[in-house]
Design a protein around this ligand. Sequence first.
Ligand SMILES: Nc1ncnc2c1ncn2[C@@H]1O[C@H](COP(=O)(O)OP(=O)(O)OP(=O)(O)O)[C@@H](O)[C@H]1O
Ligand SMILES: [Mg+2]
Length: 306
Amino acid sequence: MESKNILEIRKLKKNYKEIKAVKNVNLDVEKGDIFGFLGPNGAGKTTTIRMILGLVHPDQGEIRIKGYDIKKDYKKALQYMGAMVETPKFYDYLSGYQNLKLVANLYKNVKHIDINKSLKKVGLKNRGKNKVETYSVGMKQRLGLARALLNEPELVILDEPTSGLDPQGKKEIRELIQQLAINQGITFFICTHLLNEVEQICNKVAILQDGEIISNRFIKEKENKKWVEFYTKQKNEAELMLKDYNGISDLNISKNGIQIFTFEKEIEKINYQLNNRGIKVQYIIPYVESLEEYYLKETGGHFDVI
Ligand SMILES: Nc1ncnc2c1ncn2[C@@H]1O[C@H](COP(=O)(O)OP(=O)(O)OP(=O)(O)O)[C@@H](O)[C@H]1O
Ligand SMILES: [Mg+2]
């Protein structure tokens, strides 16, 4: 049953009467990814997330968490997931700890110690006894994250995790996500409108527009990979040749040739291979595009964010 993809979505579809909220979503999130899920207002992001969490039933398609189909093995799938959807709600008159306890009671295996562990992970250990009404917005958001971590999930789904926070609060949450990804090995699937946020912490992004994924690519990787552009007129031949090249994680045809996401040490070898097959390369240049430029290009200038 194990799969290298912790989350797999295939041909997902959801209509609300005549509104086609999600038309056809296909996605793979690998273990260790911090995956950014972008798209204009109304694109279908929250609907997709609700379907992943089993809160909304898809009309069609499949969602698998660690290989478990959420339709057939909902409980198993759920066990690996934690989530925070938009601004988390709490009982203000209860403490942070008590709020988590209420949720922990719903899980079979979550104990006192796990609640404290969760509070510690988000830096709220010392405030756990205080009532939530005394918390700042940022602390409530962190408590939401603590709640999502209670069952020690491998995949955490976040819908707008920094909404309503000031710049400092946003930074804190971003750093917390990175820490949890590195130290606890948690995979994140994050829906946000903040491109700088995605640029800073995500390694992959997918853009959803009108219920369909219009673009899906690496933006960075822990290893020393980068985008380079090979200027060539023989774009299609180059693509055909490099499509299955082992050291390439991602590849796009561009205006001037072909863009490749690869290790620095592969660049020379790739060039050699291209030349060997009679594909002429005029230039090789590092390809740097801000996420904003990329997003605008892909969505056709539709930019209603921030
Ligand atoms: N419960 C619902 N009933 C009817 N229509 C809905 C419902 N939920 C979402 N929709 C519609 O589905 C479409 C997608 O909405 P969704 O909330 O998934 O978008 P989104 O990408 O999360 O947008 P935003 O960035 O504004 O949060 C919209 O047209 C919305 O009006
Ligand atoms: Mg939404």
